[in-house]
Design a protein around this ligand. Structure first.
Ligand SMILES: [Zn+2]
Length: 241
């Protein structure tokens, strides 16, 4: 297990849904932002399946989730762009058209480190997370080589490292001690997801919120334990990209 990359100048986190990046890498991105890294978000879907309410106004939900994602990025201290591709939640596909868009944003934003879902994670059910993983890996390969999508008008770009979250075989921990509260604050900006994802009901203020905090803290503690730090986030690190 490795501990802590040098703080990159620019990082790009690619998530399937609004809130995935905060769940998986919020502490890391808050830490890097505080150290001067420009952190960008690229969110692939519109989050339109993120409700259990059959009477929900879906176009309003999509707008809400955009606002929430921008607020969450701010809560992390992220100074970069929040790009939302707006693919329909639940139907994301790893195809050439979306791969081209991912490659475009990697080329345009020029991250030193890209973060994204691990496409090799076994037994994962959610299709968007699988496809988001492939789009991240395949988009990076396309971004780095000049003859993929040569008419994009942006120079090809090779990041130094790829950090895969939800990793099947994690081999790297980022120490996020001191940034665990910022991760929670960013997650709590995704207010539309309180009921479905965080199990915080609308009429509950205290106990369920505390239980959610405890769950997230607990996970960071377990990840940190492996490397002897108080709070951690775990990844598969690929440097030969
Ligand atoms: Zn997700």
């Amino acid at each position: 297990m490795g501990l802590d990359l040098p703080t990159p100048a620019v990082a790009l986190a690619i998530g399937a849904h609004p809130d995935d990046v905060e769940f998986q890498a919020g502490g890391t991105l808050a830490k890097w932002s505080s150290q001067g890294c420009v952190v960008h978000h690229l969110i692939l879907t519109d989050g339109s399946k993120g409700t259990w309410d059959i009477d929900e106004d879906i176009s309003a939900l999509v707008e809400t989730r955009q606002v929430e994602q921008r607020s969450a990025a701010k809560a992390l201290g992220a100074a970069g762009e929040v790009v939302m591709l707006g693919e329909v939640d639940g139907t994301l596909e790893s195809n050439a058209a979306i791969r081209e868009l991912v490659a475009y944003w990697i080329r345009k934003l020029q991250p030193n480190v890209v973060l994204g879902h691990d496409p090799w994670r076994r037994y994962r059910l959610h299709p968007d997370h699988r496809h988001a993983g492939w789009l991240t890996v395949d988009g990076l390969v396309a971004a780095r080589d000049p003859f993929f999508f040569p008419d994009q008008g942006v120079p090809h770009h090779r990041p130094d490292a790829l950090l895969l979250f939800e990793a099947d075989e994690p081999d790297h921990v980022e120490d996020v001690t001191g940034f665990e509260a910022m991760k929670i604050a960013a997650l709590l900006e995704h207010r539309s997801q309180y009921v479905t994802t965080m199990y915080i009901s609308d009429d509950d203020a205290g106990e369920q919120l505390q239980a959610f905090r405890d769950r997230i803290f607990d996970r960071m503690r377990r990840r940190g334990d492996v490397e002897g730090v108080a709070f951690g986030e775990a990844y598969k690190l690929l440097t030969d990209v």
